[in-house]
Design a protein around this ligand. Structure first.
Ligand SMILES: *Cc1c(COP(=O)(O)O)cnc(C)c1O
Ligand code: SF4
Length: 327
């Protein structure tokens, strides 16, 4: 319980005010623009650990850019919409979304430890289907009638922002479905708050009869720290497969050297690059856009530098395709 409490305390102590974050970074009074309004639409949220990875005094820091509300968010851009990947049309009940054969994604919570300005679910109506109610009865009930679904992906929001008790209840329920083979967790928490990966959680996942994988979300090599390596190492020892997905973001990681360093740094801590997502056109994120031609050129450049297993698949999430589509 003690260990469980400490990450929650750390989570609660994160930055939630733009001014406080900026002055912490020595950027107080910096004429960035007026971020207050953008923050009103989608509040700032940054754990201290993550803020400590940012460069002091650098308004263009790539980690800061991912989380700092800016006025550009409020400027409409053609094609940038509230639900860019078609989440709202693929619900199968109980907070489950299914787009692809054999697997379904469960919206476990709307909460995250960090708010990423480019998040494609920044406008998602989480309140509508918080599956967490009634010890996960609704999604378990849906899955029990769907023997074709053999993999469940915990998503959100961030599933690791749930308490261990809530996760345990969900895991127990999922393990009770005989046709289910794999559990995947999509989370950014290990990256922004490594204290979350405490021994009780790892033990719970390691003990599962399901084949477990964890897909973390790292965009920049400076997010790959020794602390992250320490937090993930016990998972590897438990046989949990570790993958990474990144989003291609202008001003953050749209340089071949940065992407190459990211892949190599991830491999050093036992994580394989999985996807590099072309930005989903979500309203408020147009300033992160890298155009398709440039994205392809970056990816080719990356392929020419690295072994194939360190080159993430560059993909687009389109509303009506049978998988994510290579760009
Ligand atoms: C992205 C996504 C997945 C995962 O796709 P994989 O190719 O299996 O990684 C699954 N379900 C939904 C609804 C998704 O959006
Ligand atoms: S952690 Fe993931 S779900 Fe949460 S805001 Fe960032 S991208 Fe969105």
């Amino acid at each position: 319980m003690l260990a469980g409490g400490s990450w929650q305390r750390e989570l609660a102590q994160g930055f939630r005010k733009v001014d406080e974050l900026l002055s912490y970074l020595g950027l107080g009074g910096h004429p960035t623009v007026d971020p207050q309004q953008a923050a009103a639409a989608f509040p700032l949220r940054v754990p201290r650990y993550f803020a400590d990875l940012m460069r002091h005094g650098d308004p263009a820091d790539p980690l800061l850019r991912q989380v700092l509300p800016v006025a550009e968010e409020l400027v409409g851009a053609p094609g940038y919409v509230a639900d860019p990947v078609g989440d709202l049309g693929v619900g199968i009940g109980g907070g489950l979304l299914q787009k692809y054969a054999g697997r379904a994604l469960l919206i476990t919570t709307g909460a995250c430890a960090v708010h990423c300005r480019y998040c494609f679910r920044r406008h998602y109506p989480y309140g509508a289907d918080a599956a967490i109610r009634n010890r996960w009865q609704a999604p378990l009930e849906v899955l029990s009638r769907r023997p074709d679904i053999v993999e469940v992906i915990l998503s959100g929001g961030d599933p690791l922002s749930l308490s261990d008790d809530n996760l345990r209840a969900l895991l127990n329920g999922l393990e009770g479905l005989p046709h289910l083979r794999r559990l995947r967790i999509h989370s950014r928490l290990p990256v922004v708050l490594p204290a979350r990966m405490h021994p009780e959680l790892i033990e719970m996942l390691g003990r599962s009869r399901l084949a477990v994988s964890l897909v973390v979300h790292v965009n920049h090599p400076r997010e790959v720290t020794p602390r992250l390596g320490e937090a993930l190492a016990p998972l590897r020892r438990e046989g949990i497969v570790l993958l990474n997905q990144s989003v291609l973001l202008a001003g953050v990681n749209d340089e071949p050297m940065v992407l190459a360093e990211l892949s190599e740094g991830l491999f050093d801590i036992g994580v394989l690059p999985y996807y590099l997502h072309q930005l989903d056109p979500v309203a408020g994120a147009a300033h992160f856009q890298v155009d398709d031609d440039r994205a392809r050129a970056l990816h080719e450049n990356l392929s020419a530098r690295l072994p194939g297993y360190l080159v993430p698949r560059l993909v687009v999430d389109r509303p009506e395709t049978a998988s994510k589509v290579p760009l």
